[in-house]
Design a protein. Sequence first.
Lengths: 201, 201
Amino acid sequence: MSDADKGPARGRPRTMNAEQVLDVAMKAYWHSDPADVSVNTICQMAGISKPSLYREFGSEDGLSRAALERYADQVLAEMFVMLHGGQGLRGTLAALIDFASDDPRMETGCLFYKMRAGKHRLGRDTRARVEEIDATAQAAYAAFLQAARDAGEWPEGLSVAVGAKYLGEQIALAITQRASGEDPARIREMLTLALSVFTRP
Amino acid sequence: MSDADKGPARGRPRTMNAEQVLDVAMKAYWHSDPADVSVNTICQMAGISKPSLYREFGSEDGLSRAALERYADQVLAEMFVMLHGGQGLRGTLAALIDFASDDPRMETGCLFYKMRAGKHRLGRDTRARVEEIDATAQAAYAAFLQAARDAGEWPEGLSVAVGAKYLGEQIALAITQRASGEDPARIREMLTLALSVFTRP
DNA sequence: TCATTTTTATACTATCCGGTATTTTATGTC
DNA sequence: GACATAAAATACCGGATAGTATAAAAATGA
């Protein structure tokens, strides 16, 4: 409410569009690698000055955290929806396989997995958020698998916790392979093979 | 023969021991991350000056390539031996699982996999060597699996090429998880699960 | 003793990084 | 038009990087 005022009315009007800058940053981090994108290049790509960026985001950590947040809202949210889709074990796994191996947005990998892989290079806040998202994702996988188990679709001798971790890592692996230019058909084959352990006869 | 002369006899005698420097570099790259170790810190750790290092290795790329070569000789060679051990499919897979999930040398990960993961940050020669080793490893996995297939131990409907790639990636995943501090027992569980696709009843 | 050779040690360059101090510019208000 | 305000643009700072020019040191040969 306090910030929703139409215009500050005083001072030079801002030309910087925070949303657009964030979009540029998210895509830059996403399509290359968070560790290889400097604030300088982001300013250049977004056509703004460094002080403007720092006024808006405070620090590089603030910017990368905001970019990750945006990515979580725009992309990861969709994955979470898949897990609550209410299709059975096989149907949901098939959807995950489709997403990881053929969704065009994953062609250059996943920003979240890239950040997680280079966790130690991130700032404090961004790293904390990465760990938070990781825990959330693992919980979602576990809930999904638990539901399948409750429905009787579950191999003997496998704990839900290990299965959830395994499922998450296999998807991460598949998407990371997308980023390295691997043939999607082959990625699909390997991911299907890996996840076949959940649907053994 | 030309370089095997006992001593150059002229000039100030060198105090730098190339083997020892290479050992320091290899371990530094290995135990942290190739991209996070500068030539400055290696000089410091090895107690030598920068010009000495550059005279011996030419460039950072030359040093990292030499370090990778040493790693291949000292560590990777052992993995290749495992694949030609002549134990059956199950025996060799068990040995690989042991190595990836419990060998103390893999506690901080694998230098080769670390370099492969950050391939784009490497110099030209080092990157080329990484790709070479990658191809060699994949061929070794394929030969091992082909032998198992010839011996009749093979699941239907799986190509050796995909199986080899899959096997290699699962081992890389397990060892990478070691480096990130994951519980070895859990890594073993997941890797065993992943490789169970080769020994299905 | 003095010159030659080869390695070492020190100091330096150029570039990039994240972050900031300073100045300019564009607006609303009086 | 004069003034206050807030943003933008420019230029800068300190530090780290890969790589190098230069000088000092330690050996041999004469």
